[in-house]
Design a protein. Structure first.
Lengths: 352, 670
């Protein structure tokens, strides 16, 4: 029994270590010795064949026999979430929390459910509880860092990512994420140092893209283009890097090169309106006003309340000497909240 | 650079295949002895004109004749280029330079340098820099040109947003049309043209003499057909317009006499008077050209080569003294003037900005146009107006409207009506806002992307800070236009800033009031009551145009006027010092017309009780009467009345209306 229990715990800890980073994994317990575990394994089979009711039945039976079997609670909560009953999932995990000594793990699992439900405050509370029980709980620290980031509490995020890095100095992802938090605080040089570290640990398209974007903020356009290019070489489908490189090329006044990038980007992701917007701007800069209008028209055909597309189309019509059209678009952009457009209307459209 | 060199080598090789340097010898033309002899004669005549007489126009004439016979002689092509270069007809010359270079790239040591100038002219700055770098002669000039090329690259990268349009056939002709000068409101233009016309004679260069033309904008804002301003032109001498007062009532022209002098003329009954030499400005034997009045016509800026032995011009200014005479010539500081040539000047109606052309500042080649403002007693560092207003060619004679929205200049760019044409620049202001969309997956494992927008905003340049006051002075009863004097005072200093006149024929006037002063504008005409207005324009007052019809009242019993520039302390009858000019105007009117008797009345708005307001208005009227008595007007000619708010001239429901009602009036009672 002791041996079996140990195996279960190890399996669960392994599971929870990766939990929160990737798609959830269901662990099959390699034992036929005990009925609770057998029932759990039956539940896994039913879950995999989407027989949720049957799986729940197996799990309830399993928990009746062993009310502290962590994997059963976990699988039950996953099924409940997938069935859209998050409240039930949380109740399941709270029951587990009462039954187990591993309060940190239980709290982390509850935080996961809240995070999945975008209830970041509750998730944070459970993570803090988890960390109070186990200050070295890697995944809890990491998830809390991410939540801090999403809540724009970048200093807190940096603090938690630093704790993660202290636990695992080779975590390239944590370096990347800490860099991103620093970037959001406009500490671009520090951010680049962390991105450098992430890249040293792992050649990853995302890291190169992010470092390129930090360099963009420092107006180091050539270096940014270099990073975006590496990102694209590592992952030819990294459409964000292609789009971002196009913007960097606009900054370098390489409008033809920018247009080529935006075309490539749209080829990779057809409905990527950001690239179509940017391409319209590049056409404008290249004095290809009619093509610019086509792009802005397209964006407006998809989203008739896209304020910036009205602004951009108005700007382009001005260059085509269609003052009436420009004014009409600037008025619409102003109505949709673009303050500058209001200024253009006052200055250029209202008779003095 | 490697790319440039290989392109040049390929082009040279290519052109070598198609032509080779052909000498003017019997060996080259064994069958054409007679034609060869004639060609050699033309070369001899051209060389004489070129070397001994520096008559490049004539030299080009003979060289071109010889070139018709043999277009493949490197030396001759090069000489033709030099003629055009001296005549500042660069584009025409470069065709021959290119030919000479292709026939013999080692023709002489200078050709490499000139090759650089050609590429610079066509904005091929990298290629130009290459030639300047390898040029073995004119090293000092080459270094200057390299600097210009680098500036040119920067200016082209940051192109000024504007439209440049030919002003059209109503103004431009197939001959050269240039030197556009406009009134401050941009409604009237004077310019110089070398077009054919009745009675216009040919000058020595085989083209018609320079003459001055004018055009005005019609109700659709289109330029009307230009007409000759015959009274400003003289036969057998060049007459070119140089400067114009903001209201178009005074003009400065250039006449080719005495090595180039400036003349001034004023409009009377729709016609300009006979131009008079501005003796205080013109220096014997020196060249004076381009001039511009300041906003108050009290300062005249002009260009002259009086100080330099090498014909290089500087910008000077001369001011009017108390007797309305020009005196005190001063050269502008070396912030503006360089060791090179400052050729044209335009003073903006804002009273502090000048636009001038120079080939000595940080330009992109030839003359460029710069602006500078007078701040805290100094001229600011000149700012290049940028491409495409400036080009590597000569950019001169630039003027800009008072609102800063339109400029005019002349250019011989392709696509015009012939020769130099006049173009209008519509300034579009700084780049409009654009919002770029970028996206990053900032966090490694969440799969969440973060969208960013990046807004590119330009810094909005401040428009000129001035008020353009324009309109018409008419008789209140007959509505006929009136000739009047318009005095402009600074109420804070009591200084008479300027005097203007309304047009004798149309009654029209135009004044530029730079922001930063409390102005009194007094309109006076003989036999009429004066009319005063107050324009308190703080430094921050932005550009505005005010159009007014000013109706003057005849000096007869029963007529009354509002004295707009009489001010009292708040809720008191104590006159403020800013009232002095207005009170003195009233005093002068009474002394000039000793038989009239007047009532001075005080009026208030309806804030406060009737009795309080009546008392206050009576006391204020008494203050004005007492001032006039103290100045010497007899007591019996003056009556002081306080009406409180009994006689409003505007509704008391708005602040604007109440302000109008708080007033002092002057009425002829006998």
């Amino acid at each position: 029994m002791k041996k079996y229990f140990l195996l279960t715990i190890i399996s669960f800890l392994l599971f929870s270590f990766t939990y929160g980073q990737k798609k959830e994994k269901i662990i099959v317990i390699k034992s036929t010795e005990h009925q609770a575990e057998r029932l759990y394994n039956d539940a896994v089979k039913s879950y995999e064949s989407k027989q949720y009711a049957e799986a729940i039945d197996f799990l309830n039976q399993s928990l009746k026999i062993n009310d502290s079997l962590a994997t059963s609670y976990h699988l039950l909560s996953i099924i409940q979430q997938e069935m859209g009953n998050k409240q039930a999932a949380i109740q399941t995990l709270q029951t587990y929390s009462k039954a187990t000594q591993h309060k940190d793990t239980a709290a982390y699992m509850i935080a996961q459910v809240f995070y999945g439900d975008n209830n970041l405050d509750s998730a944070s509370s459970y993570l803090n509880y988890c960390i109070s029980k186990n200050p070295s709980y890697f995944n809890a620290l990491y998830l809390l860092g991410n939540i801090n980031f999403e809540q724009e509490k970048y200093n807190d995020a940096i603090s938690n990512y630093t704790k993660v890095i202290n636990i695992s100095t080779t975590s390239a992802d944590a370096y990347n994420d800490r860099a991103s938090a620093k970037r959001m605080l406009e500490k671009y040089d520090e951010a680049i140092e962390d991105y450098n570290m992430a890249i040293t640990l792992k050649k990853n398209a995302l890291f190169y893209n992010n470092r390129g974007s930090a360099k963009m903020k420092l107006e180091k356009y050539d270096e940014a283009i270099e990073d975006y290019t590496t990102a694209i070489l590592l992952d030819s489908n990294c459409y964000q890097a292609i789009n971002n490189r196009g913007v960097a090329k606009i900054e370098k006044k390489d409008y033809k090169g920018a247009i080529e990038d935006f075309n490539l980007c749209v080829k990779r992701k057809k409905d990527y309106y950001a690239a179509i917007n940017n391409r319209g701007i590049a056409y404008y800069k290249n004095k290809r006003y009619k093509e610019a209008i086509e792009d802005f028209n397209f964006i407006l055909s998809v989203n008739p309340s896209e304020a910036s597309a009205y602004l951009h189309r108005g700007n382009t019509k001005e260059m085509l000497r269609d003052n009436e059209g420009a004014c009409s678009d600037w008025k619409k952009a102003a109505e949709l909240g673009i303050e500058e457009a209001e200024g253009y209307v006052k200055k250029q459209c209202e008779k003095q | 650079m490697k790319k440039i060199i290989s392109t040049i080598i390929i082009l040279s090789f290519y052109s070598f295949l198609f032509s080779q340097n052909t000498s003017f010898t019997k060996a080259s033309f064994p069958e054409k002895g007679k034609e060869l002899k004639a060609a050699l004669k033309n070369i001899k005549k051209g060389s004489k004109a070129f070397d001994k007489e520096a008559d490049y126009r004539n030299a080009a004439f003979y060289f071109l004749k010889a070139n018709e016979f043999n277009p493949n002689n490197a030396e001759l092509n090069y000489k033709i280029f030099l003629c055009y270069n001296h005549l500042r007809k660069k584009e025409e010359g470069f065709t021959y330079l290119d030919k000479a270079f292709n026939l013999d790239s080692n023709l002489n040591a200078d050709i490499t340098f000139y090759r650089g100038t050609m590429h610079q002219y066509y904005c091929n700055f990298d290629t130009a820099i290459y030639y300047y770098t390898i040029a073995s002669t004119m090293r000092e000039q080459a270094a200057k040109h390299i600097k210009e090329c680098n500036t040119g690259k920067q200016l082209i990268e940051n192109e000024v947003r504007c439209f440049i349009d030919n002003v059209g056939e109503n103004i431009n002709s197939k001959a050269d049309d240039y030197n556009p000068i406009i009134t401050a409101d941009g409604k009237t233009m004077y310019f110089t043209s070398r077009r054919e016309g009745k009675g216009i004679k040919l000058a020595d260069d085989g083209r018609y003499f320079e003459n001055i033309y004018t055009s005005t904008k019609d109700e659709n804002n289109q330029w009307t057909k230009a007409t000759l301003v015959s009274e400003l032109n003289a036969s057998e001498v060049h007459s070119a317009v140089q400067g114009l007062s903001n209201d178009g009532q005074k003009i400065i022209i250039y006449r080719g006499d005495n090595n180039g002098d400036l003349f001034e003329s004023e409009k009377r009954k729709g016609k300009f008077s006979k131009p008079k030499s501005i003796k205080e400005v013109n220096k014997n034997g020196r060249h004076e050209a381009s001039a511009s009045y300041s906003f108050d016509n009290k300062t005249l800026y002009f260009c002259s080569d009086r100080k330099n032995a090498d014909d290089k011009h500087d910008i000077y200014k001369i001011t009017k003294n108390m007797k309305d005479k020009w005196e005190n010539i001063e050269i502008l500081s070396n912030v503006i003037n360089t060791n090179e040539d400052e050729r044209t000047i335009f003073a903006h109606p804002d009273g502090k900005t000048i636009y001038f052309s120079s080939n000595g500042h940080d330009g992109m080649g030839g003359y460029d146009i710069y602006s500078s403002t007078f701040e805290n007693g100094n001229w600011t560092k000149p700012v290049n107006l940028g491409y495409p207003i400036n080009t590597p060619g000569d950019d001169v004679y630039f003027v800009i409207t008072a609102d800063g929205k339109y400029g005019y200049y002349s250019s011989d760019k392709a696509g015009g009506y012939g020769g130099n044409d006049i173009y209008m620049i519509t300034f579009l202001g700084p780049e409009k806002l654009f919002v770029y969309n970028t996206e990053d997956n900032l966090l490694a494992n969440t799969g969440k992307s973060f969208l960013h927008t990046k807004s590119i905003k330009s810094i909005e340049l401040e428009p000129p800070k001035l008020t353009l006051l324009k309109g018409k002075v008419i008789d209140e009863d007959t509505k006929e236009p009136l000739f009047s004097n318009i005095e402009l005072y600074d109420l804070n200093t009591d200084e008479l800033l300027a005097t203007f006149e309304s047009d004798e024929e149309t009654g029209r006037f135009l004044l530029s009031l730079p922001s930063g002063k409390n102005y009194s504008v007094n309109v006076k005409a003989e036999g009429y009551l004066f009319l005063s207005q107050n324009f308190n324009l703080p430094d921050s007052a932005s550009y505005q145009e005010i159009e007014q019809i000013i109706e003057l009242k005849k000096l007869v019993v029963g007529k009354e006027i509002v004295l707009n520039n009489i001010f009292f302390e708040f809720n008191k009858a104590t006159l403020l010092k800013e009232s002095k000019i207005e009170l003195d105007n009233v005093y002068k009117l009474l002394t000039d017309n000793p038989n009239i008797y007047v009532e001075i009345s005080g009026h208030t708005d309806n804030v406060g009780s009737a009795s309080y307001n009546k008392k206050l208005s009576q006391e204020r009227a008494n203050s004005v009467v007492n001032y006039l008595i103290e100045k010497g007007i007899t007591k019996d000619r003056l009556t002081a009345s306080g009406y409180g708010f009994d006689k409003p001239i505007a509704p008391n429901t708005t602040e604007e209306g109440r302000q109008k009602n708080r007033r002092t009036e002057f009425k002829i009672v006998k």
